[in-house]
Design a protein around this ligand. Structure first.
Ligand code: SF4
Ligand code: SF4
Ligand code: SF4
Ligand code: FES
Length: 948
């Protein structure tokens, strides 16, 4: 086992298909036109010394170490900034070059601490390597003169240090922050000898605009920017490529290890989703895996008022199985169900739904996609025939116009946001449709052409008004529609959207967005070249979520923006494996690959394979399970890796449902909020501790590889197997690879997927089958998956959740960069320094009329419940709208969200809750009661108590 080293070619590759021939150090090479001499040499295995160049950044040409001689040309040009040309004869090693390089290195080293033996980067320092490469043997200048050796370290960032005394002012960090991350937090201050890297005038890294993505740390060739984990642990000795377990971008990382300890997570340059970039969560926030709060032993209790009792795996599973059997014997087969986890692997979710369908004997299985992107599945399968996004992330590099609707990529999908911002800096135009002024509306060197700050709940009206402009101004792509779509349905739809009531002028009154802005945005989308739509939960989590997805699909079809790179309809999926959880058959009505349970052929295939009869009736969705529990007909649930008490709407109702059950089994890393109502706790494992696959928002299936033994003793897939066995339904797999083989055998879109193929190709985007053995980066090329694209009528129906005198403001919710969902993982890392509590964003006008000052406690009351948060006064939100995140259980934003949901899928209407906000004295009575209840529920009996 060794470290996986990715070659640094010094400068970027070229996309040119043309080649040129040249000679480097006597070797004839043929390389792509447009690359640098440095890269051409590297591709031929000739290493040119370098310091300021790295192949993830544009060449800069400042260090003068990579000089070469070119026959017939004067001087010694820098090979990193000199492009190849036909017939060049290049020398990289001549006496003159050697002398020049030694001189350069001598200057660097004369102002650099000579503490190599105790430096954290010892063995992983390009400065050290270059001193060796150029044969530097002595430094003549001494250290007495003016130097930078005593500069103070900046230790403010929780994850990396900045030791300015070691900086060689190569500017790689500054360029990484600009080019890769797009934050522009760093500058080189001063000139000449005084040039120093700075995170802002007089600011530390923590105080600056830095978002802690780590790109600068990765780019730094010296120990100036170093991970604190490397300083504490030492250099890694082996690495394993795996996939981030946070968001749906699906970044590839090298887990760099010493033994079983993670030293650092380094974004993998060959990762096709992230292309070597990362955000603060995947890069740094993995410490939760070894956090002291992790529960490592199974526990049971007869009543939720009892303390937990630690038991063996055998006892816990036998108890859980006997309870489920008892419940089914007493209340019937349908009285139990399961929830799969979008944080777990495809193989694990497949097993849970198999256990429910074949072991429990019903279809009562659901997943967290119910509460996020289930409308995407419904809307896109209805219109296009496939329940997934149409593009790969690379596609954004070909977009001329990008529409972001109800998504906040810089916080929710940061690495995609960086790729998007890069494209915008190159000149693509941006349209943002969002009630909040998200960061993308105005970021460094990025400004949205149009921001449509619509009133929450009016997406469908605005999307239909955009379509109105497309149709009535003759901007539809009729040739595309004729060739690819059902024409009769298009005509019906076109007549509908053209009605006056759907005009921007009529919709302006409903949405609060001016008619001119809607018109201008529609014209830009329809006529600006390749136009791509990216959307998030601000589209789906509404009573008309599915309608809004179909409205988006209609727009893309009408303008021909589908079926090639640069266009498409792209749901930004929330959790790492929410796409996979849906693909694997986690919904109560669908088997893997989105085959309906009533499909006799599909069911028969599974019945033959699993040797059981399957129910052809769809089972219960999560909200129906909770309703049935309150009504007394649903009594037992197996929840793998999902905290429904905190994440699902109307917390009081969730609590009532869970309290009414007789056996709640929670399998998780920590005693989460749902576990307060559980009778069996099965300790789960982290992504670092198991093998499997995740499928990201691009349908990209990627390997998750075990880098350490499960601290609880078992991977999650093994726990499900053991539970199934205890129930008498044995499932026999020796390794997750065998589960994937079964998935591939029964799921047409995964037909050719195997671990061998994933190891060979790195990743595969489904559909992967005989027609597309290497996967499908862009869907619906040359025609829609369902045959003809289907235009759907998108009648706007206002939500029943209305503002009025009692509840005059609209609350909408979202995420923040440093935290992830219910925060179970990120709250247990140093990321907490960026978000210690959920705050209520309120417009200055709304705050003033209520006498609320910044930082004051505010009671937020809806017809579902009340909670208190501290105010953050900002004009990011318009008057009449308030906003909060939901990362902290103490505030429980979902206490106030209601039980309204999408008409087609039951996806909750998180994004629209009518509330009143008034000053309060602090956390409300409910919060105090809840905290006491949670503390009681988490009590683990001491051995003496157990003996009694
Ligand atoms: S960590 Fe990222 S955002 Fe912060 S300075 Fe470095 S590159 Fe810029
Ligand atoms: S901090 Fe590192 S990358 Fe940045 S200028 Fe200094 S040596 Fe170069
Ligand atoms: S959280 Fe998302 S964007 Fe960040 S590193 Fe992980 S997969 Fe990438
Ligand atoms: S590597 Fe070419 S000038 Fe620095």
């Amino acid at each position: 086992m060794g470290l996986i080293h990715e070659t640094d070619y010094g400068t970027k590759p070229s996309a040119s298909a043309k080649t040129v021939a040249l000679t480097i150090d006597g070797t004839k090479v043929e390389v792509a036109e447009g690359i640098s001499i440095m890269r051409a040499a590297m591709e031929a295995g000739i290493k040119v010394p370098k310091l300021c160049a790295t192949d993830t950044l544009d060449a800069f040409g400042s260090c003068r170490l990579c000089l070469v001689e070119i026959q017939g040309r004067n001087g010694t040009p820098a090979s990193c900034t000199t492009p190849v040309a036909e017939g060049l004869v290049v020398s990289t090693q001549t006496p003159r070059l050697k002398q020049l390089r030694r001189g350069v290195m001598e200057l660097y080293i004369s102002d650099h601490p000579l503490d190599c033996l105790t430096c954290a980067a010892n063995g992983d320092c390009e400065l050290q390597d270059m001193a060796g490469a150029v044969g530097l043997r002595e430094v003549r200048y001494g250290y007495e003169g003016e130097n930078h050796l005593d500069l103070a370290k900046d230790e403010s960032n929780p994850y990396f240090t900045f030791d300015s005394s070691k900086c060689i002012a190569c500017s790689r960090c500054v360029r990484a922050c600009e080019e890769t991350q797009g934050t522009f937090a760093l500058t080189i201050e001063g000139r000449g000898f005084g040039s120093r890297v700075s995170a802002g005038a007089g600011e530390t890294f923590l105080e600056s605009d830095c978002v802690s993505c780590g790109a600068c740390v990765q780019a730094c060739p010296t120990a100036t920017l170093t991970e604190k984990s490397v300083i504490e642990i030492g250099q890694p000795e082996h690495s394993v490529v795996t996939t981030c377990a946070y968001c749906g971008v699906g970044c590839s990382f090298k887990a760099e290890m010493r033994g079983q300890e993670v030293v650092r997570m380094v974004p993998y340059k060959d990762g096709k989703a992230n292309r070597g970039h990362s955000c603060v969560k995947g890069r740094f926030a993995w410490g939760y895996a070894t956090h002291k709060d992790r529960i490592l032993n199974p526990m049971i209790r007869a009543k939720i008022a009892d303390p937990w009792r630690e038991v063996s795996w055998e006892e816990a599973l036998a108890y859980a199985a006997s309870e489920f059997k008892r419940i089914q014997a007493k209340y019937g087969r349908n009285a139990v169900g399961g929830i799969t986890s979008s944080r777990c692997t495809n193989e694990e979710t497949y097993l849970v739904q198999k256990l429910v369908r074949a072991g429990f004997g019903n279809n009562n299985v659901d997943t967290c996609a119910r509460v996020c992107h289930s409308p995407t599945g419904y809307g896109l399968s209805t219109t296009y025939g496939t329940s997934a996004g149409t593009q790969d992330f690379d596609s954004v590099e070909h977009a001329d116009v990008v529409v972001v609707i109800g998504a906040n990529p810089t916080d929710g999908h940061p690495v995609f946001a960086s790729r998007l911002k890069k494209r915008l800096r190159e000149g693509a135009k941006l349209i943002v449709v969002d009630p909040r002024r998200i960061d993308l509306v105005r970021a460094p060197h990025v400004e949205a052409a149009h921001h449509l700050p619509l009133r929450p709940g009016t997406n469908v009206a605005v999307l239909t008004a955009l379509a109105h402009v497309v149709v009535t101004e003759g901007l539809a792509n009729e040739a595309f529609v004729r060739a690819n779509c059902d024409l009769a349905e298009f005509n019906r739809w076109a007549a509908f959207v053209a009605e006056d009531r759907n005009s921007p002028e009529a919709v302006a009154a409903i949405s609060g967005v001016s008619a001119e802005t809607i018109r201008a945005a529609a014209r830009l989308y329809a006529t600006g070249g390749n136009a791509a739509i990216y959307y998030g939960l601000g589209v789906t989590e509404h009573s008309q979520g599915s309608t809004a997805v179909m409205a988006i699909a209609n727009l893309a079809m009408a303008t021909g923006n589908i079926g090639r790179p640069g266009v498409g309809v792209n749901p930004l999926r929330g959790q790492n494996n929410v796409q996979g959880a849906c693909d694997m058959g986690s919904f109560p009505h669908e088997l893997s690959g989105y085959r309906h349970v009533s499909d006799d052929g599909a069911r028969a295939m599974f019945e033959n394979l699993w040797n059981v009869a399957l129910d052809k009736e769809p089972g219960l969705r999560i909200p129906n399970m909770l309703d049935a529990a309150v009504q007394g007909t649903f009594k037992g649930i197996y929840i793998q890796g999902e905290d429904i008490l905190q994440s699902d709407p109307d917390t009081h109702h969730v609590a009532a449902g869970l309290s009414a059950m007789e056996c709640v089994i929670v399998q998780d890393l920590f005693l989460n909020e749902t576990a307060n109502y559980a009778h069996v706790f099965l300790p789960g494992s982290t992504f670092l501790e198991k093998d499997g696959t995740f499928t990201n928002a691009e349908r990209r299936i990627q390997r998750v590889r075990k880098v350490m033994s499960p601290r609880n003793g078992l991977g999650d897939w093994e726990i499900t197997l053991a539970f199934a066995k205890a129930l008498g339904f044995a499932m026999d797999y020796a390794h997750p690879g065998e589960i994937m083989d079964e998935i591939a055998a029964v799921t047409p879109t995964f037909k050719d997927v195997s671990y061998t193929k994933l190891d060979e190709l790195g990743s595969v985007q489904w559909p992967c089958n005989d027609k597309a053995p290497a996967g499908t980066p862009v869907m619906h090329v040359g025609g829609f998956a369902r045959g003809k694209g289907r235009f759907m009528i998108t009648e706007y129906v206002a939500t029943d959740e209305r503002v009025g005198p009692r509840f005059p403001l609209l609350l909408t919710t979202g995420r923040i960069l440093s935290q992830y969902n219910v925060g179970a993982q990120t709250r247990r890392t140093a990321n907490i320094v960026w978000h210690e509590e959920d705050r209520l964003e309120i417009n200055p006008h709304d705050a003033e009329v209520r006498g609320i000052r910044d930082g004051d406690w505010v009671a937020v009351r809806s017809r579902a419940g009340e909670t208190s948060l501290r105010a953050l006064i900002t004009d990011r939100v318009a008057a009449g709208v308030v906003y909060t995140t939901f990362h902290h259980p103490d505030t429980q934003a979902n206490v106030v969200t209601t039980d309204y949901s999408d008409w087609a899928t039951n996806c909750p209407e998180y994004k629209v809750t009518a509330v009143q906000c008034l000053p309060s004295n602090g956390p409300g009575a409910w919060q105090s009661r809840y905290r006491e209840h949670a503390a009681r529920s988490r009590r683990i009996a001491k051995p003496a108590e157990v003996a009694e």
